[in-house]
Design a protein around this ligand. Structure first.
Ligand code: C2O
Ligand code: CU
Length: 489
């Protein structure tokens, strides 16, 4: 009888192994993404506790049917006030003081030309892709433009293949923005397919010197407008300078000023109401985010420090100093002002809970980011109706910081970890969410379409930290993958 036991055990062991292999093969197969799929039908609709979509011939937009988002564009009859032609190229890039690297240019340079406009003007940008093999697009980061102009491959357009071109048109909103490819975004943004967009307000303050500072790491070297190290702007003492800091890198960047105090006059293209002067504190600019710093240059000059590179505002030198340990808390910065909607009138609250878990994404095992417990593409699609006030509760228990970016809208920050905002209305399109933090945000769903809502540490987006905000009754004719090879991240 003693022989039967090991044999029985062996049989059990074999069966268990077979079952485990079968189960993992099944899970692996389940996790595979199809060769092409619609972003709009990805995951499961999440109504945030509000009314679900009406069933019926036109009711169900989660997938196909409904208004085609590519038709959401400014009236073709409006003449362009600002016209820009860009040529995108994959090439070896030589920046001053840097080793040559394989990158991308627009009109032969990176960053691409700074596009300047005045508030209310119609901007028209034609981009021709000369030789970027994977195709490319231009996304207007932070601009709340019509969805058809959002430049996301596989969602609002097809990737522009070599030899093709594409026209973007939108009405300029005042503020500091940037543009970048949203096709194979991680390699293309890192490699330099980006530039600044600066829109002057209707009533600019006279005598202020405007200085865009697009910060980017090229091959590990931090640069300002493509220049490594120290950049100088020789301005006489007494000049007011508005430094428009744009963080195009994957991580948060502390910015501060030595030699003078400064005011944070705008964040993500939205003015701060009555900003207080800051000394001895840095402001943290999240990945993808912008902060406009106003500095009145004193006799001894001032230096804007951008975590490794700096801007000297002086005809001579400027003092340097240690990095401050304290940060401006935008939750309590500036003075309150009325907002054009009532956050308490929200009809939906969406949870965007970022975690981390073991699993398979597209057949690859890993310790991946999760959204509300699910791995991509098993993530929520936040569904709204035009005109609604909605809330988001964004939390992070993943152990790492995530710069969360919603396309096409600005979100009002209501609270962080239960502490209510008491300062100026703080509106963001890119929000630094540290591990352990929970933000309450609110917005008006006033810009129909299908909008990405993802982490702007672009490798994280590739790893599945990406979802969408969808408007009921709208759909996209584009697919991810497919014959155009659309891969937004
Ligand atoms: Cu700056 Cu979805 O991107
Ligand atoms: Cu992230």
């Amino acid at each position: 009888m003693s022989w039967s036991r090991p044999r029985g055990r062996r049989a059990v062991a074999i069966l268990t192994t077979v079952a485990l292999v079968a189960a993992s093969a099944w899970l692996w197969a389940l996790s595979l993404l199809p060769a092409s799929y619609s972003m709009a039908s990805m995951g499961h609709p999440d109504y945030g506790g509000g009314p679900a979509e009406a069933a019926g011939p036109h009711g169900h937009s989660h997938g196909s049917g409904g208004i085609d988002v590519s038709t959401l564009v400014p009236d073709a009859g409006i003449p362009a006030d600002v016209r820009v032609d860009l040529v995108a190229r994959a090439q070896r890039v030589q920046l001053p003081g840097l080793a040559e690297f394989e990158g991308f240019t627009l009109n032969g340079r990176t960053p691409g030309p700074t596009i300047e406009a005045n508030e209310g003007e119609l901007v028209e940008v034609r981009v021709a892709n000369e030789n970027v093999r994977e195709g490319m697009t231009l996304h207007w980061h932070g601009v709340d433009l019509p969805n058809g102009m959002d430049g996301v491959a596989g969602v609002t357009q097809n990737a522009v293949r070599p030899g093709e071109d594409h026209v973007y048109r939108f009405v300029a909103q005042a503020g500091t923005y940037w543009y970048h490819s949203h096709q194979a975004a991680h390699p293309q943004v890192t490699g330099g397919l980006l530039g600044a967009l600066v829109v002057a307000p209707r009533r600019p303050t006279a005598g202020v010197v405007d200085l865009p500072a697009l910060v980017h790491l090229y091959a590990g070297v931090r640069t300002i407008n493509g220049q490594p190290g120290q950049v100088r702007r020789a301005v006489p003492a007494g000049t007011t300078v508005r430094v428009r800091v744009i963080n195009t890198d994957p991580g948060p960047m502390p910015v501060w000023v030595t030699g003078a105090s400064y005011r944070v006059v705008a964040v993500d293209g939205r003015d701060i109401n009555q900003p207080d002067p800051v000394t001895g504190q840095a402001v943290l600019v999240t990945a993808g985010g912008r902060a406009d710093l106003e500095v009145v240059v004193p006799a001894g000059g001032a230096r804007v420090e951008l975590a490794g590179s700096s801007i000297v505002l002086s005809e001579a030198g400027a003092p340097s100093g240690p990095a401050p340990r304290a940060f401006v808390d935008l939750l309590h910065y500036g003075r309150p002002a009325p907002v054009p909607f009532d956050p308490d009138a929200a009809v939906r609250t969406f949870d965007y809970a970022i975690g981390r878990g073991f699993g398979l994404i597209n057949g690859r095992p890993g310790f991946w980011w999760t959204i509300n417990g699910g791995l991509f593409p098993n993530v929520p699609m936040f569904m709204v109706r035009t005109g609604e006030v909605v809330r988001f509760r964004v939390s992070n228990s993943s152990g790492e910081v995530h710069p969360m970016h919603l396309h096409g809208h600005h979100l009002l920050v209501l609270s962080r970890n239960g502490v209510r905002a008491t300062g100026s209305p703080w509106l963001v399109d890119s929000l630094n969410v540290e591990s352990g933090e929970t933000y309450q945000l609110a917005m008006v769903a006033d810009n129909p379409g299908i909008w990405m809502d993802h982490c702007h540490n672009l490798p994280h987006a590739r790893e599945g930290l990406m979802t969408h905000l969808g408007y009921e009754g709208y759909s996209s004719p584009y697919v991810v993958g497919g014959e155009h090879g659309n891969h937004p991240e």
